[in-house]
Ligand binder design. Structure first.
Ligand code: TYD
Length: 203
């Protein structure tokens, strides 16, 4: 049985979601709320294979094959990290989860709705999904100033399609956050969009 609280940070590269994930983890720790921050792709066997694909390009790897790597990585992550932490009653903060798979692999031409449904057959459903939105042009500028080169996943047209899919998600657990303001301002929004999940006010 799932206990704990699962909060997911999603959005295209350069929206600042990883920074915000880290800041919420810090806020929770300061309030003695037991939490763990995880990220996908992981550093495990499948995650390592994926990272090689990211840095070296797809080189003949089909979208279906790529999708299966992300799914395998997630299954391992759920079994080894996510479920144990939830059962331990922790707040689990995920930097990317299956919404990224639906959006990124969906933008390669696969059926994003089906990817979402297939993942929901084995993956715990998050209590909250924060989807960070920034214009893809701004995101690419941010990426370019922080990295030496773009990965295969960071081309403008592709990111536009990915963000379009992110915007199409709906449900009671989904929240969209415009991440154009300062890091501190966006952090306040993150707190406001999650504090009802905790039995105390995070301010
Ligand atoms: P990212 O969060 O940017 O990792 P890092 O900060 O370590 O570079 O994730 C790497 C890329 O993986 C990113 O461009 C999105 C992509 N991705 C998918 O295509 N599908 C998925 O299911 C996930 C989790 C990530």
């Amino acid at each position: 049985m799932k206990q704990g609280i699962l909060i997911v940070f999603e959005g295209i590269d350069g929206t600042g979601k990883s920074t915000q994930c880290g800041l919420l983890a810090k806020s929770l720790s300061e309030r003695q709320v037991s939490n763990i921050a995880l990220a996908e792709p992981t550093r495990g066997t499948w995650g390592t294979k994926i990272r090689r694909l990211l840095s070296e390009g797809r080189q003949g790897v089909s979208p279906e094959e790529e999708l299966s790597w992300f799914v395998n990585d997630r299954k391992e992550d759920i079994e080894m990290n996510i479920m144990p932490a939830l059962q331990d009653n922790k707040v689990v903060l995920m930097d990317r989860y299956y919404f990224s798979t639906a959006a990124y692999q969906g933008a390669l031409g696969l059926d994003s709705k089906q990817i979402q449904l297939e993942n929901e057959n084995f993956a715990p459903i998050p209590d909250r999904v924060l989807i960070f939105l920034t214009s893809p042009e701004t995101c690419l500028d941010r990426i370019e100033s922080s990295r030496d080169h773009k990965s295969a996943f960071e081309k403008l047209d592709y990111l536009k399609n990915v963000q379009k899919i992110f915007k199409s998600f709906e449900g009671p657990n989904i929240r969209f956050i415009d991440s154009v303001d300062s890091v501190a301002e966006v952090h306040k929004i993150v707190l406001a969009e999650t504090e009802d999940l905790f039995d105390f006010g995070v301010k």
